[in-house]
Design a protein around this ligand. Structure first.
Ligand code: HEC
Ligand code: HEC
Ligand code: HEC
Ligand code: HEC
Ligand code: HEC
Ligand code: HEC
Ligand code: HEC
Ligand code: HEC
Ligand code: HEC
Ligand code: HEC
Ligand code: HEC
Ligand code: HEC
Length: 279
């Protein structure tokens, strides 16, 4: 191949390329005007008319961030059936046997932005067995709700206060998790960080008695005695061992005979007299 041939080839390449570009721009403009395009539209053309979808796919497309033409082969009016079925590419496994992929994956251009547009429970269980087992093993009204009643889109965690009021005005709106778990709400268990005011939301009487008592138990938080689980009752000996000579049990039956109830030590008549004697 001599220099002349190469030059000719070069000129041909430029001219044809120029014409081609002009031609396709013309066609695209025509198509835009008439509102239709030929099935010969190319990958790069899509953005001219479907800009927002291209942007969505770029930002949120995840594994679908591929060529438009991988899914849409052709274009109206020449080709009318250009929306692919999911099963063209997703087939094996129980998840792909679910009906109505687009009911959850509402936009294939952002496939992981998943909304639950109706009551859904069964399809969740394929991936979240543990949560449903917890709901079933600990029956409550929550166990009767659909998963999607609380999780309205995938990954959403709703605060309890969207549906419930706190037990009292003094209780923090965020404090619920200290005592409850969403999937077993009637199993009330807590750590050492629960303040006595929160127990006082329901046990106002006990709370007030303890606030007024003069004994050292006043300073002991409710959860230090009623530890771990709601409604457990501690034994005095758990903390105090056997503080007195064992001979006293010949005459007395329990600590309360002299000390009164834990919330109000020395409140029995005998013990009050004893207390008065001492002071
Ligand atoms: C010149 C403007 C233009 C270009 C370029 C264009 N489209 Fe379209 N597209 C339209 C219009 C207008 C419609 C609506 C046509 C109709 O409903 O008949 C449409 C409809 C569609 C539909 C919906 C079809 C259906 O059955 O609902 C898909 C999918 C689509 N385009 C994909 C693409 C892809 C992929 C590209 C790039 C390869 C592209 N389009 C390029 C204008 C364009
Ligand atoms: C993974 C496959 C896939 C890819 C990749 C994909 N699409 Fe789609 N597209 C679909 C499906 C499925 C629908 C039908 C959605 C529905 O029925 O709600 C659709 C619908 C459309 C529609 C018509 C509905 C609408 O939302 O306006 C247009 C236009 C469109 N796609 C354009 C594009 C463009 C442009 C690209 C590339 C940037 C693209 N698509 C990439 C699967 C895909
Ligand atoms: C042209 C082939 C093709 C079509 C059609 C298609 N997908 Fe995909 N999709 C893929 C590929 C490839 C991946 C990445 C590998 C995988 O997870 O299988 C993917 C991944 C996904 C993911 C996970 C995304 C991620 O980033 O992990 C979801 C969700 C998904 N697809 C849903 C759908 C739904 C819903 C439809 C129908 C509306 C659909 N796909 C149609 C090819 C396709
Ligand atoms: C009940 C709602 C729901 C339905 C119906 C549904 N999906 Fe999903 N899909 C999900 C959720 C939730 C995920 C998990 C997303 C994540 O990993 O963040 C998922 C994940 C995926 C994934 C990626 C993980 C994987 O297993 O590969 C693909 C692909 C997928 N779905 C495709 C489909 C297809 C295809 C259909 C229809 C046959 C379908 N989905 C029906 C909710 C649904
Ligand atoms: C295809 C499998 C799949 C399906 C179906 C699925 N999920 Fe998920 N889900 C996942 C994956 C994967 C994650 C992210 C992994 C993780 O953080 O544990 C996730 C995360 C979550 C989270 C957030 C977890 C966190 O720690 O923040 C919630 C809530 C959730 N899914 C609820 C649901 C509900 C409700 C359904 C049914 C309506 C459902 N999922 C269906 C796979 C799935
Ligand atoms: C989307 C709404 C919703 C959310 C979020 C929600 N719940 Fe419920 N919950 C209900 C409904 C509905 C009931 C039954 C009627 C009622 O007691 O108000 C209920 C009942 C309960 C019950 C009594 C159960 C029974 O069987 O008697 C407890 C305890 C409870 N919820 C605690 C919580 C806690 C704690 C949270 C946060 C971790 C929470 N809930 C989040 C809707 C919700
Ligand atoms: C009453 C509302 C409610 C219902 C019904 C509900 N959840 Fe949850 N879910 C929550 C809340 C609130 C959390 C946050 C953790 C907590 O408060 O214990 C959560 C957490 C999760 C998580 C994150 C991991 C974890 O265990 O903390 C997954 C996954 C999940 N739920 C799936 C499900 C599935 C699947 C169902 C149905 C079988 C379901 N949820 C039913 C309210 C609910
Ligand atoms: C200090 C522990 C504690 C905290 C914190 C707590 N709860 Fe409770 N909650 C309980 C106990 C104990 C019960 C059960 C009472 C019974 O047996 O009737 C209960 C019962 C409930 C019930 C059932 C109906 C009712 O009112 O008796 C709901 C709903 C509830 N809690 C919601 C909440 C919400 C919402 C929060 C956060 C704002 C919260 N709880 C914070 C201990 C607590
Ligand atoms: C939502 C209201 C509520 C809250 C908050 C609450 N309780 Fe209760 N508690 C009750 C009710 C109602 C009963 C009686 C029914 C029962 O035994 O479950 C009870 C019973 C008890 C009992 C007695 C069990 C028995 O055998 O007589 C103890 C002890 C107790 N609660 C301690 C606490 C402590 C400590 C806290 C704070 C960590 C607390 N409670 C928070 C409502 C509540
Ligand atoms: C969780 C541990 C715990 C339990 C259970 C417990 N106590 Fe105490 N008790 C304490 C602490 C802490 C003090 C204060 C010690 C100090 O400050 O020297 C105390 C102090 C006392 C005192 C001295 C009171 C004073 O004001 O001088 C008496 C008496 C007493 N306890 C009796 C009892 C009796 C009776 C019971 C059973 C009904 C009981 N305690 C259960 C932790 C406990
Ligand atoms: C016969 C009545 C009586 C009985 C029964 C009794 N106590 Fe006492 N206890 C007293 C008296 C009186 C004191 C005050 C003694 C003193 O200050 O020297 C006292 C003091 C205490 C103290 C405080 C000790 C100190 O060093 O300050 C504790 C703790 C205590 N008792 C726990 C118990 C426990 C736990 C029981 C049950 C196992 C019990 N008591 C049974 C009469 C009794
Ligand atoms: C020093 C340990 C101790 C502390 C602190 C304590 N309790 Fe108790 N509580 C007991 C014991 C022991 C009983 C069993 C009755 C008795 O022997 O006094 C009891 C009984 C109860 C009961 C059931 C009987 C009744 O009196 O209604 C409730 C409810 C209760 N406690 C709530 C509370 C609350 C709420 C707090 C905090 C404000 C609290 N307790 C602090 C030890 C304690």
């Amino acid at each position: 191949m001599n220099l002349k041939n190469i030059t000719n080839l070069f000129i041909m390449f430029c001219v044809c390329g120029f014409i081609h570009v002009q031609f396709s721009q013309l066609r695209a403009a025509e198509a835009e005007q008439s509102g239709t395009v030929r099935s010969s539209v190319r990958g790069g053309d899509c953005v001219k008319c479907h800009e927002s979808i291209v942007l969505t796919l770029q930002r949120m497309g995840k594994a679908h961030r591929q060529l438009c033409l991988d899914c849409h082969q052709g274009h109206p009016p020449a080709d009318m059936e250009i929306v692919p079925s999911c099963s063209r590419c997703h087939r094996e496994g129980p998840h792909f046997a679910l009906p109505g992929c687009l009911k959850c994956h509402t936009d294939p251009h952002q496939p992981l932005e998943i909304s639950f547009t109706r009551d859904i429970t069964a399809p969740c269980l394929a991936c979240h067995k543990q949560q449903s087992e917890q709901l079933l093993a600990n029956p409550s009204i929550h166990s009767k709700l659909a998963c999607s009643a609380c999780h309205t889109f995938h990954g959403q965690i709703q605060p309890c206060q969207n549906c419930h009021l706190p037990h009292s005005d003094t209780m923090g709106r965020e404090s619920c998790h200290g005592c409850h778990k969403a999937h077993m709400p009637l199993v009330v268990a807590y750590g050492e960080n629960i303040v006595s005011e929160d127990c006082g939301s329901c046990h106002k009487d006990v709370y007030e008695i303890m606030a007024a008592t003069w004994s050292k138990h006043r300073k002991v938080p409710c959860v230090q005695c009623h530890a771990g689980r709601h409604a457990m009752i501690p034994r005095c000996q758990d903390c105090h061992g056997e503080p007195h000579p064992l001979e006293i049990w010949a005459k007395f039956k329990e600590c309360a005979d002299c000390h009164g109830v834990a919330h109000e030590l020395w409140a029995t008549k005998a013990s009050k007299n004893k207390f008065a004697e001492k002071n």
